[in-house]
Write a protein that binds this ligand. Structure first.
Ligand code: MD3
Ligand code: FE
Length: 209
């Protein structure tokens, strides 16, 4: 038996398989592609080293997460165009109010775009000032192998396949858990023209109230 299957998931981890049906996924896809037309995908770089991410990113909302040699941060404008981020699509604001159990709306929607070879290394989301709010994730397009660990980098991890239309809520203890995306399964969805995977994460950035 593997240690990764023996430990319970951290509290506050909730998964809603197939939360969005195909028609809803198509509408979300179209909303995201419209946002990308206004706020083009760009390739973030690791702080200090400048090593490029394999994942392309953009954001919607009043604040967006960016990474470059200067570090990780949230900012109100696109790092390349200097324009304000486009608004978060209403269907995603509705999702947040349905599942987040948090009184204030999300400020950021990070859009991660994976091609067949893209990965996201094990990390924690800790650039926000409000950890009482969950992170809410929506998967679109090809399936991926997602890995969820514990509060310390060396803690046992579990692996989970996420498919198009799945929603994951990371609240409670899970909010600060290590996690990453180990691989994409190409050709597992017809949602995105040209294939690949899009992940949307809704986040509260500043302290509410
Ligand atoms: C578990 N994105 O953008 S979403 C990220 O699929 C990120 O693109 C991954 O990790 C993706 O930071 C995973 C699911 C997710 C998001 C936030 C979490 C899982 C999380 C925060 C804490 C624990
Ligand atoms: Fe993350």
């Amino acid at each position: 038996m593997q240690a990764s299957t023996a430990s319970p998931p951290p509290t506050g981890f909730r998964i809603f398989p197939g939360r969005f049906d195909r028609r809803e996924q198509e509408a979300l896809r179209d909303a995201v592609l419209a946002a990308v037309a206004a706020a083009p995908l760009y390739r973030p770089e690791m702080p200090k080293t400048g090593k490029p991410f394999s994942v392309l990113m953009t954001n919607c909302g009043t604040l967006g997460w960016v990474s470059d040699r200067a570090g990780y941060r949230y900012q109100a404008v696109h790092p390349v165009t200097g324009a304000a981020w486009p608004p978060i699509p209403p269907a995603l604001l509705q999702l947040w109010s349905d599942v987040a159990d948090f009184p204030e709306p999300p400020e950021a929607c990070l859009v991660n775009v994976y091609d067949a070879d893209a990965r996201l290394g094990l990390h924690r989301d800790e650039d926000e000032a409000e950890f009482a709010a969950p992170v809410v994730s929506v998967s679109l397009g090809d399936s991926c192998l997602f890995r969820l660990g514990g509060l310390r980098r060396g803690d046992p991890t579990r692996s989970l396949r996420l498919a198009s239309g799945d929603v994951v809520v990371l609240g409670g203890e899970a909010r600060l858990a290590y996690h990453g995306v180990d691989r994409i399964y190409p050709g597992t969805s017809t949602l995105l023209p040209g294939g690949g995977r899009i992940n949307l994460t809704l986040r509260r950035v500043t302290r509410a109230g």
